[in-house]
Write a protein that binds this ligand. Structure first.
Ligand code: ADP
Ligand code: MG
Length: 339
């Protein structure tokens, strides 16, 4: 009997991988913006049309790519960010899987313009459905610009599955806000259908939160800070009276990466115990720095869930720290009264 197993061609493998990495326009936004951050950009501009269904463009002033890398970046498992398995436990970058651009190029029309600082000329490359259509030497600005058009053009089922522009744009803005909050020192702008939605100059953490959520946010914020052997926590919680009925603004960042954790969320809720009206949820912006080797980020392609070595200790520290900060805040009105 002849054997029946074969290796899938790259473009098929890429399309399969894309199913995991790219669920919707917002997934593309996340991957491109994170790449710009990893490239050391100090300014990142995101432009979307029709909630990203027709165009997602990310422009950065980061380190750019040379001619060879401009082609290689679309190969699967091609990355400049890790070389060894051990590197997974000393990650300083957002990316490491080398999958995002290969996946995106498999299911969209992608245009790349990139130039390194010390180069006179850059590269202009067009790739559609994993096939390079053209690659030319070109006069382009320093940094990198990726334009992603016609997402899911070759997967009609996926395209039809997309929600309304309003819903998809909400997801795009969520991703944008997460990365903007993670990196207050980077200038971010978001232009939606030709009009500016966000323009966030480089600043400190408090001002970035205010920039994203509006000037009324400032008075709501209670600072949180703690350093222990296993974690350094900084950030803010919103005063209990501003707790919301909707789940609202709840952000954990671990080593500058937005993550979701029901378990750690519970720690914050526990710190607010007795202070909240029934059915309301606390808002928080908490930034944890932990040793890179105490977490595993490689448990899901989108990397929003991570595994901690000692989750229970983190829980206890977060709960105590937030409780303490809220306690200090509660003292404030009494002092005001005495004045
Ligand atoms: P990963 O980020 O996991 O390495 P990607 O597919 O997202 O995988 O990107 C592949 C490679 O392309 C990166 O490792 C990086 O070297 C290069 N690259 C991607 N985006 C940019 C950018 N905006 N500026 C410079 N280099 C980039
Ligand atoms: Mg990446």
């Amino acid at each position: 009997m002849s054997s029946i197993i074969r290796l899938l061609p790259d473009h098929v493998a890429n399309q399969i991988a894309a199913g995991e990495v790219v669920q919707r326009p917002a997934s593309v936004v996340k991957e491109l913006v994170e790449n710009a951050v990893d490239a050391g950009a100090t300014s990142i501009q995101l432009l979307v049309k029709d909630a990203g269904k027709t165009l997602i463009q990310v422009m950065d002033n980061g380190k750019g790519m040379n001619e060879t890398d401009a082609r290689l970046c679309f190969e699967r498992h091609a990355t400049s960010k890790i070389a060894l398995a051990e590197d997974l436990f000393r990650l300083k970058t957002k990316g490491f899987r080398g999958e995002a651009l290969a996946s995106i190029a498999a299911i969209a029309h992608v245009e790349l313009k990139t130039k390194q600082a010390d180069a006179e000329l850059g590269t202009h490359l067009i790739i559609e459905g994993s096939k390079v259509v053209s690659q030319e030497v070109a006069v382009v600005p320093q940094g990198t610009s990726f334009s992603v058009k016609n997402l899911f053009f070759n997967i009609p089922a996926r395209r039809n599955f997309l929600k309304s522009d309003t819903v998809e744009m909400r997801h795009v803005v969520d991703e944008f806000e997460r990365v903007a909050l993670a990196h207050p020192d980077i200038h971010f702008t978001l232009i939606n259908n030709g009009s500016e939605m966000f323009n966030l100059p480089a600043t400190n953490l408090r001002q970035r939160i205010v920039g994203v959520f509006g000037s009324k946010t400032n008075e709501k914020l209670v600072p949180v800070q703690e350093t222990t052997e296993i974690v350094e926590v900084v950030g803010f919680v919103a005063k209990p009276e501003f707790a919301k009925k909707s789940r609202g603004e709840q952000f954990f960042f671990v080593n500058d990466r937005f993550i979701k954790s029901g378990y750690l969320h519970h720690a914050i809720s526990a710190a607010f115990e007795g202070l909240l009206k029934e059915g309301t949820h606390p808002s928080y912006f908490l930034y944890l720095q932990v040793p890179e080797n105490s977490i595993d980020i490689n448990i899901h392609p989108t990397k929003t869930e991570i595994k901690f070595d000692d989750e229970q200790a983190l829980y206890a520290i977060l709960r105590a720290t937030v409780k303490h900060s809220l306690g200090q805040f509660n003292v404030a009105p009494v002092l005001d009264f005495q004045r």
